[in-house]
Design a protein around this ligand. Structure first.
Ligand code: GAR
Length: 206
């Protein structure tokens, strides 16, 4: 069974969706460790309640690379096959990324390359786009960058607030993240420049 290392900083609903899919067998993987960089991360509590291995590695006051070294050591000790960022609000160092080549994925609540950064759903709503969505991508050295594995689109209605739009996007996040993880784990793709090309027979992943 392939082993996932989850990194999170907050609520942890994407982590929960992945954990449920692992538990039900929908996603052929197991969660080897859940690492939070903040003590108040709700996801950490959820992981404990689920009986999953957890590690709290506070980032506050640490140099970025010093913290990344602690996180990488914990991930390696847990023998993870894939590092899954699930609302991990830290920019990773080049050193960390080099430890796990094409083995770190992230989810972002916008149709990248539009609206990178913080509060992407609010940015999209305020900009007035008619369609919004989410993106799962490999992590490279830039923020919310890296080859795209999956995207999902949702409509924006006149009656939406940034919050109702966020909820609609979140439901899609929960759906496509596990699908993209399955694609990475089964290795049925190759990366050509920025493009992730599915090998014959693999699903489209949208
Ligand atoms: C999610 O919407 C995720 O896409 C976003 O943080 C939220 C975490 O929610 N990530 C980013 O903005 C990364 N740039 P969750 O803790 O409930 O999964």
């Amino acid at each position: 069974m392939k082993r996932l290392g989850i990194l999170l900083s907050g609520r942890g609903s994407n982590f929960e969706a992945i954990a449920r899919n692992c538990a039900s067998g929908k996603l052929a993987a197991e969660i080897a460790i859940v690492i939070a960089n903040r003590e108040d991360a709700q996801g950490l509590e959820t992981a404990r309640k689920m009986g999953l291995p957890v590690a709290l590695l506070p980032s506050k006051g640490l140099a970025r690379e010093d913290h990344d070294r602690q996180v990488a050591a914990a991930l390696k000790a847990a023998a993870v096959d894939l590092v899954v960022l699930a609302g991990y609000m830290r920019i990773l160092t080049a050193w960390f990324i080099a430890q796990f080549p094409l083995r770190i994925v992230n989810i972002h609540p916008a149709l990248l390359p539009s609206f990178p950064g913080l509060d992407a759903q609010h940015q999209a709503w305020e900009y007035g786009v008619r369609y919004a969505g989410c993106t799962v991508h490999f992590v490279d050295e830039k923020m919310d960058s890296g080859p795209i594995l999956a995207q999902a689109v949702v409509p924006v209605f006149d009656s939406d607030t940034a919050e109702t739009l966020s909820n609609r996007i979140l439901a899609e996040e929960h759906r496509i993240y596990s699908e993209a993880i399955a694609l990475v784990l089964n290795g049925q793709f190759r990366v050509e420049g920025r493009r992730v090309v599915r090998l014959t027979g693999a699903r489209n992943g949208n």
